[in-house]
Design a protein around this ligand. Structure first.
Ligand code: SAM
Ligand code: DTB
Ligand code: SF4
Length: 344
C-alpha cells in the first residue's frame, strides 16, 4: 500500500534505493546515514565515540585481527587525469616518470614475495583514466596468476564500463578499488577530469558484475569537517556497503597542488576511522595511505577505533609505507594477529 497516505507502510528503501534502517533490529546494517548523522558521531566526546566504535567492531570482527594487503603499481605515471593529490598525474608541475604496463611474470614474482611475507590480498594499481581492451587482457592474466598463488586479488584501473567489469569478474577478480575520495560538494576542488557521477557509475558497474567493492577516500586535502562527514555518509548510504573501506591520510607529495596542505590533527583522523567503523560495521576499514608519517600511538588509536586492515610492505604505489619489520613489531607489541582468511 505505497499510496503516500499517512497510514501506508513506509517504503522499505530510501531515496538511493538502499534499505531503510529498521530500528527494531539494532544489529541490522543501516544504509540511511546522513551527513548530519555522521557529524553527530564526529562531535561525540572521544571516549564515547571510541566505545561505540569498539562495540560495533566486536559485533562483527575479532578486534585483535588485522587483514593485510600488499600494493603494486603495475602501470606507473603518465596519467591524463588531474587529481590534485596524485603524484602520477602528468598535469602537475612535477610527477613520477611514466612507465609501461609491467609484464605478467614480473607481477607474479612480486605477488609471490607478498604471499611469502604474509599478505592475504594483492592489490594492483594502474595510472589510467580507464583501461584499454588490450591492457585489460594483460591485467586479467595477472589476476589469474595471482589467484593461482592463493592470494585474493584487487585491482584499481580507473573508470570501468559494464563490459569491462564483467571481463574482470570472469577472470576471477575478488575486489575492485575505486574511491569517491571526498564529499560530493568538495569533489570539484580536487578533480576536474572525471565527475562524481562517473565515479558512482563505475562503482555500480563493479557491484552489478558481482565483484566486491573497495571504496573509500582521503582525509587532509583541505576539506572541512562537514566534507569528511559527507564522505562517510556517502559510503555508508550505498545500497550495499563497500566490503573494504580504505581511509587514506593524504601523502603530501612535492610537485602536486596539495603538497602544502595543512596537516591533519591525528585525533581528528582517528575520529573518521571510528565513524567509518560505526556506520559500516561489517566492512573492513583500512588504515590506508599515510602510515609512514604516523607514529605507533596514532596507528594504535586507529586500531582501537576499528581499523582492521592495512597496506603492508615498503611501498604503496609510488610513495613509501612502513617497513614490514616495523609493522610486525607494532602488531606484536599490541598482541594483534594478521588475518589469513578472506572477507569475501
Ligand atoms: N588511476 C586509478 C584511479 O584513480 O581510479 C587507480 C589508482 S589511484 C592512485 C587510487 C587511489 O589512491 C586514489 O583514488 C586515491 O584515493 C589514492 N591516492 C592517490 N594518491 C594519493 C595520495 N597522495 N595520498 C593518499 N591517497 C592517494
Ligand atoms: C587506496 O585507497 N589507497 C591506495 C590504493 N587504494 C590503491 C593507494 C595509495 C596511494 C598513495 C600514493 C602513492 O603511493 O602513489
Ligand atoms: Fe590518475 Fe588515479 Fe592518480 Fe587520478 S588518482 S591522477 S586517475 S593515477
Amino acid at each position: 500500500m505505497a499510496d503516500g497516505s499517512p497510514f501506508s507502510a513506509p517504503s522499505p528503501v530510501n531515496r538511493n534505493g538502499a534499505p531503510r534502517h529498521d530500528a527494531s533490529r539494532p544489529d541490522a546494517l543501516r544504509h540511511d546515514w546522513t551527513r548530519e548523522d555522521v557529524q553527530a558521531l564526529l562531535d561525540l566526546p572521544f571516549p564515547e565515540l571510541l566505545y561505540r566504535a569498539q562495540t560495533a567492531h566486536r559485533a562483527h570482527f575479532d578486534p585483535a585481527e588485522v587483514q593485510i594487503s600488499t600494493l603494486l603499481s603495475i602501470k606507473t605515471g603518465g596519467c591524463p587525469e588531474d587529481c590534485a593529490y596524485c603524484p602520477q598525474s602528468s598535469r602537475h608541475e612535477q610527477s613520477v616518470k611514466a612507465e609501461r604496463l609491467m609484464a605478467v611474470d614480473r607481477v607474479l614474482i612480486e605477488a609471490k614475495r607478498a604471499k611469502d611475507a604474509g599478505a592475504a590480498r594483492f592489490c594492483m594499481g594502474a595510472a589510467w583514466r580507464s583501461p584499454k581492451d588490450h591492457d585489460l587482457e594483460t591485467v586479467c592474466a595477472m589476476i589469474e596468476g595471482v589467484k593461482g598463488l592463493g592470494l585474493e586479488t584487487c585491482v584499481t584501473l580507473g573508470m570501468l564500463d559494464t563490459r569491462q567489469a564483467h571481463r574482470l569478474r570472469d577472470a576471477g577478480l575478488d575486489y575492485y578499488n575505486h574511491n569517491i575520495d571526498t564529499s560530493p560538494e568538495y569533489y570539484g576542488e580536487i578533480i576536474s577530469t572525471r565527475t562524481w557521477q562517473d565515479r558512482l557509475d563505475t562503482l555500480e558497474n563493479v557491484r552489478d558484475a558481482g565483484i566486491n567493492v573497495c571504496c573509500g577516500g582521503i582525509v587532509g586535502m583541505g576539506e572541512g569537517e562537514g566534507d569528511r562527514a559527507g564522505m562517510i555518509a556517502t559510503l555508508a548510504s550505498m545500497p550495499k556497503h563497500p566490503e573494504s573501506v580504505p581511509i587514506n591520510l593524504l601523502v603530501r607529495v612535492a610537485g602536486t597542488p596539495l603538497s602544502d596542505a595543512e596537516e591533519v590533527d591525528p585525533i581528528d583522523f582517528v575520529r573518521i576511522i571510528a565513524a567509518a567503523r560505526i556506520t559500516m560495521p561489517a566492512s573492513h576499514v583500512r588504515l590506508a595511505a599515510g602510515r609512514e608519517n604516523m607514529n605507533d600511538e596514532t596507528q594504535t588509536l586507529c586500531f582501537l577505533a576499528g581499523a582492521n586492515s592495512i597496506f603492508y610492505g615498503e611501498r604503496l604505489l609510488t610513495t613509501p609505507n612502513p617497513a614490514a619489520t616495523r609493522d610486525r613489531k607494532l602488531l606484536d607489541r599490541l598482541g594483534m594477529r594478521t588475518t589469513v582468511v578472506s572477507d569475501a
